[in-house]
Design a protein around this ligand. Structure first.
Ligand code: ADE
Length: 359
């Protein structure tokens, strides 16, 4: 609830005038096309504006409409997404594009309530699309907006708890402008992104420093309250890059695990780091391969950090003579260099192939 005497109308006026003076002219702010807004919001969910913008442009170049995305091959969609991470975002978008085309004739549902039923669209994304594209007066609350509200209003509930979310949602509902919800939401997001920043905000130039709870009580560093993420799981990956001529053996990852739909190499996952060939003695295929070919270790441990996992990765390179035709395990198949380039791959794999000057 907004406090007694708090003037929502004044707050909105100040916020809008701050926005009109200070906002960045980002590409997705110049459209009301729900498809483009959806794409930008999905990209920006876990990605910074500077990193995400080229992907936004590239994606729209390849798939200018929801029909183009629906017609695309999932592999090509994932390849375009390569380097953005959180690949389920791309798979869900592709799925939902097909649903919008097949069930809704290519027209997006126009309310947040209906949009949030689609796969991959949470409350935030649904509200962003509904307000930016269709002018619905619903508040879009992303991490930026949680920060702004918690600091100005002194909300100390955990923003990740259910009670906390309800409290923020109730306040946001009172604040959202009914005259211009699109600008209100963009302004709250932008205010959190460039003025009310997580670390060392410059409160001396803030238009709300006369009413801000965190400023009055010097609590900028304590707000918002956010419970710690769960423990990060350590995993040990041992990759075997099997090469024959210029071809490499890859396989699609199909399990419900990280990188589903992307391509990687023959993988042995272990409970602890495995460092010598003897550690792999139990793997029949590897033994056979190492007898047929030459096995070399890439002498480096790669650390790849994901949101809830930390991967410790070693690569081994097995060169098989051209005249031999080893049995390849686990859906592996040989791909030419051009195909390897074209397949969607975890960025770690792309990096290693470039480091060894294969790509
Ligand atoms: N982050 C999430 N949505 C955004 C938007 N519309 N503009 C800028 N940053 C964002």
């Amino acid at each position: 609830m907004v406090p007694d005497h708090f003037q929502v109308i004044d707050f909105n006026k100040k916020l809008k005038s701050w926005y009109l003076k200070n906002h960045r002219p980002l590409l997705w702010r110049q459209t009301t096309d729900p498809y483009k807004i959806w794409l930008s919001e999905i990209i920006l969910q876990q990605t910074r504006v500077a990193h995400g913008t080229p992907y936004y442009e590239k994606f729209l170049h390849h798939y200018p409409t929801v029909f183009d995305l629906a017609n695309a091959d999932e592999r090509d969609v994932l390849r375009l997404w390569q380097g953005l991470g959180y690949y389920s975002r791309a798979r869900n978008m592709h799925f939902t594009a097909r649903q919008i085309v097949n069930e809704y004739g290519g027209r997006f549902p126009e309310t947040a309530a209906k949009l949030s039923k689609l796969k991959g669209l949470g409350n935030y994304t649904a509200a962003a699309i509904a307000s930016f594209a269709f002018g619905e007066a619903v508040a879009a609350i992303d991490g930026n907006v949680y920060r702004v509200m918690s600091r100005i209003f002194g909300i100390q509930s955990d923003m990740l708890s259910n009670e906390g979310k309800k409290e923020f949602a109730a306040l946001a509902k009172e604040l959202v402008s009914h005259e211009d919800p699109a600008t209100y939401n963009q302004a709250m997001i932008e205010f959190g992104a460039i003025q009310c920043v997580p670390v060392s905000p410059d409160c001396s130039v803030c238009p709300f420093n006369d009413i801000c709870y965190a400023y009055a009580f010097k609590m900028q560093n304590q707000l918002p309250v956010k419970s710690k993420k769960g423990a990060v799981k350590k995993r040990f990956f041992n990759y075997f890059i099997i090469q024959k001529g210029e071809k490499l053996a890859l396989r699609e990852r199909t399990a419900k695990d990280i990188w589903k739909g992307l391509y990687d190499f023959f993988l042995v996952e272990s409970a602890k780091p495995l460092v010598s060939p003897e550690d792999f003695a139990g793997y029949k295929t590897l033994n056979e391969l190492s007898q047929t070919g030459i096995i070399r270790e890439i002498p480096k441990e790669y650390i790849h950090v994901l949101s809830h996992q930390k991967l410790h990765v070693h690569f081994w390179w097995i060169t098989v003579p051209l005249e031999k035709s080893p049995d390849l395990p686990e859906n592996l198949a040989f791909y030419s260099k051009e195909e390897v380039e074209e397949l969607p791959k975890p960025i770690l794999i792309d990096t290693v192939l470039k480091e060894v000057h294969y790509l």
